[in-house]
Ligand binder design. Structure first.
Ligand code: SAM
Length: 309
């Protein structure tokens, strides 16, 4: 028998269910990832689950209706967003316990990643309901994988606060973070956010700017904070659309500026500059003038952050 014929025969013997999506399990909550731009980025399994569940809980039903229409799916949509999640969760859980199948989707990407659904999933676990991820796109992973920065360890930081004082405090708390950090940033705040990062992480810290991933104007650029601030300020197009910033972690070596900063910042909260500097010099063995200079910079940063609050 030819190899081709043998393969055909083997394929024919495989039950159809194991080739595509097996029937859904009753009483299961499916977390279905949807495209973050390019509509072709939907898995066959996502299409099967979305077609077969009893209903789909969606962040914005009008927005999701367009995706379902594109996919030819007629399943009923039920709104589930941050404003009604608390009120609607018990009903969804009751339906699941009665044996219904529900898919949760967000406007784009993976549900619960800077999107609603945490309460529902946590309470589903509390009630012993099965939760099944139907994996697919997420901007954090897409940006990280294309960033050209260390990916062995990373920390997803979500959206930095909108107000400048809180945002600077947020970055200051991350000054000694050695893992690669991933941030979601609104295009309306991209310049201020990059400038705050530059002040706090240093002008030479490298980062990757990922905009409009999987879409027509996809842009991925790795550079330093100093260069990126200039580039984004000089080109309006870079201030449009959806943006992820992937920032290199602080260096790990001893005498590490990030660690020294962290220590200094803690001591400056409790002690006058002179005393804080003296202690840090004792602990790190680093040069007094350098530490003194850095202490004044940190104090200055903190003062201007407080003034802006
Ligand atoms: N659940 C989504 C996910 O899995 O990525 C994230 C939802 S969050 C509300 C939206 C943010 O994700 C955007 O402000 C942007 O920072 C990032 N994002 C989503 N789609 C993106 C894209 N195509 N390109 C770049 N960033 C994107």
């Amino acid at each position: 028998m030819s190899i081709e014929k043998k393969q055909q025969q083997q394929t024919a013997q495989v039950p159809e269910k194991s080739l595509s999506n097996p029937a859904l399990s009753p009483g299961t909550l499916y977390l279905v990832a949807t495209p973050i731009g390019n509509l072709s980025d939907i898995t066959q399994r996502a299409v099967d689950v979305l077609s077969q569940v009893d209903y789909i809980a969606a962040e914005d039903t009008r927005h999701s209706q367009r995706l379902l229409a594109h996919l030819g799916i007629k399943t009923r949509l039920q709104a589930c967003h941050e404003h009604n999640e608390e009120q609607i969760t018990p009903r969804l859980l009751d339906d699941l316990q009665a044996g219904r199948t529900i898919a949760l989707i967000s406007d784009a990407g993976t549900p619960l990643i800077s999107d609603p659904g945490y309460r529902l999933v946590a309470q589903a676990h509390d009630r012993g309901i099965s939760v099944v991820p139907v994996v697919g796109p997420s901007a954090v992973i897409a940006a990280l994988s294309a960033a050209g920065l260390a990916t062995d360890r990373f920390s997803f930081e979500g959206f930095p606060p909108a107000k400048q004082g809180a945002r600077r405090a947020f970055f200051e708390a991350l000054v000694a973070e050695t893992r690669t950090m991933v941030f979601y940033v609104s295009c309306h705040r991209i310049v201020e956010t990059l400038k705050d990062m530059q002040d706090i992480f240093g002008a030479q810290r490298r980062l990757s700017f990922a905009r409009e991933l999987t879409k027509t104007f996809e842009t991925i650029k790795r550079s330093t904070l100093a260069e990126l601030v200039e580039w984004v300020e000089s080109d309006d197009n870079q201030r449009r659309g959806e943006i992820v910033l992937v920032v290199e972690g602080a260096p790990e070596s001893t005498g590490d500026a990030g660690e020294t900063d962290r220590l200094l910042a803690i001591l400056l909260d409790e002690l006058p500059v002179k005393q804080a500097v003296k202690l840090v010099v004792k602990i790190t063995g680093e040069h007094k003038n350098e530490i003194y200079k850095r202490a004044l910079e940190l104090k200055e940063n903190k003062l201007s952050a407080n003034e802006r609050k």
